[in-house]
Design a protein around this ligand. Sequence first.
Ligand SMILES: Nc1nc2c(c(=O)[nH]1)N[C@H]1C(S)=C(S)[C@@H](COP(=O)(O)O)O[C@H]1N2
Ligand SMILES: [Mo]
Length: 254
Amino acid sequence: MINRRHLMLGSAALSLSGCKVFDRASDPDSALRQLFASHEGLTRSTQRALIGDRLAPEFSEADIRQGQRPNGSTDPDSTDYRRMAEAGFRDYRLTVTGLVDVPQSLSLADLARLPSRTQITRHDCVEGWSCIAKWQGVPLGTVLQMARPKVTARYAVFHCFDAIERSLSGEVFYYESIDLIDAFHSQTILAYAMNGAPLPVANGAPLRLRVERQLGYKMAKYVHTVELTDSLAALGYGKGSYWADRGYEWYAGI
Ligand SMILES: Nc1nc2c(c(=O)[nH]1)N[C@H]1C(S)=C(S)[C@@H](COP(=O)(O)O)O[C@H]1N2
Ligand SMILES: [Mo]
């Protein structure tokens, strides 16, 4: 029953996109189909099972009342990042790696050539504030599909440019992860534009995740690598996210 529901969720999300890269999913023997069918094991809580393919609310332009309030890291200071920012992110590449058959290395121009999605959504920070903003980017599912996930893949892990913590034992770069249900959700995008302009550095330039059914800390900014894995144990302290490793929920559903 659950397996069937997930298959339906998969095909619903895919048919919405109307994009050729998803054609493979309509083949019942395809790896992507099997990928969706294997998601039952990820469903850890009743809440997670119940939300299914629900869409986060979307708003109108008139609901955008202020800029997106920058939070967390707002100005990564590594030499590499600064140099890249000064050059307008010309040398930026998004790496897609891990449990995939065809690893990807995509420039911003490559990403801009893919079909994009624009959505006006509300960002809810765990600290208690919200902002409505317009986000444009490429569906994460499109990019993952290009990389051909292996059937063993269960999580998408995001590695970021910003050192959120520094101590004698070294730097900790921001990291996050989501399961493949959220990764292939139609509103999950890698955003390169906000409120009609290129994504500002303060909000995660050149590329940040939007995963609209979860809290703000899930929406990794400054993403340089998406890694598909079958486990989160080797990441940080094993909870799958910088903030989950510090006491917040890994699945931060709203
Ligand atoms: N790389 C990175 N991503 C991050 C953070 C961060 O510090 N570093 N902060 C998170 C938190 S707590 C929030 S609320 C949002 C803030 O996004 P904004 O700056 O665009 O409002 O980014 C999230 N993603
Ligand atoms: Mo946040």
